[in-house]
Design a protein around this ligand. Structure first.
Ligand code: SAM
Length: 230
């Protein structure tokens, strides 16, 4: 590299990789199920029909945490396919255990930065829906740039969603709810599905998550947004 060139910029990540030991059950689930359900990062688009062995609609959950919601949605909707992305290894292990418990074969799991997976592995116009439940709110103003919902992120999502596909986001942090709403309203690619006001009531398919239950106990509100790809 020439001396005049600036050093390559480190991408801004929406997460901090927390260390965490796997339980024995999670270790076992990795050993048994990762070969069948795990997706390793690759820099080229997936063949989704080949991956799932069918042409069912594909839904993506970003940052699924311990995977309770994703496993429940997959169990309740066997005619949908799901891809879950999460960087936290114990969370991935927990999801694999749940998928075994529920006997779900319609989920594939990726442990990598969701922005890179979306950018590189997900084909254009291939997703029927994207879930973003309780993304890290990055409370401090100087950290707001780490929030995953940004205009660039919405552009990327819009390319990967089918027309009529949706983004369903939920948060228990009002400032982030306002930020998401403003960013989505400014996007030419998305329209709000809310009939009254800007937010929607929690749809039945979204189970209460661990984070949400904690938030509710602390007296926080919860805001759901469902926007459709134009
Ligand atoms: C606050 S937690 C919420 C987890 C879960 N959705 C829930 O509602 O319980 C946010 C999760 O998103 C994950 N995450 C944040 N940014 C991510 C990214 N770019 N790629 C993959 N996972 C990400 C974090 O590791 C964390 O587990």
């Amino acid at each position: 590299m020439s001396e005049n060139q600036p050093p390559p910029q480190r991408p801004i990540r929406s997460y901090v990789l927390r260390q965490g030991r796997l339980t024995r059950g999670q270790e076992r689930a990795f050993a048994l199920f990762w070969p069948r359900l795990g997706l390793n990062y690759q820099p080229t688009p997936l063949d989704l029909h080949a991956l799932f062995g069918n042409t069912h609609p594909v839904h993506l959950e970003i940052g699924f945490g311990n995977g309770e919601s994703l496993a429940a949605m997959a169990r309740d909707n066997p005619d949908n396919n799901y891809i879950g992305i999460e960087v936290h290894r114990p969370g991935v292990g927990h999801l694999l255990m749940k998928l075994e418990e529920y006997g779900c074969s319609n989920v594939r799991v990726c442990r990598h930065d969701a922005v890179e997976v979306l950018r590189d592995m997900i084909p254009v116009r291939s997703l029927a829906g994207v879930y973003l439940f309780f993304p890290d709110p990055w409370h401090k103003k100087r950290h707001h740039k780490r929030r995953i919902v940004q205009p660039e992120f919405l552009k990327l999502l819009a390319r990967k969603l089918c027309p009529g596909g949706f983004l369903h986001a939920a948060t228990d942090w009002e400032d982030y709810a306002d930020h998401m709403l403003g960013t989505l309203k400014n996007s030419p690619d998305f329209g709000n599905t809310a009939r009254q006001g800007d937010f929607v009531p929690r749809p039945d398919y979204r189970p209460l998550t661990k984070f949400e239950q904690r938030g509710l106990r602390l007296g926080h509100g919860v805001w759901d947004l469902i926007f459709e790809r134009r």
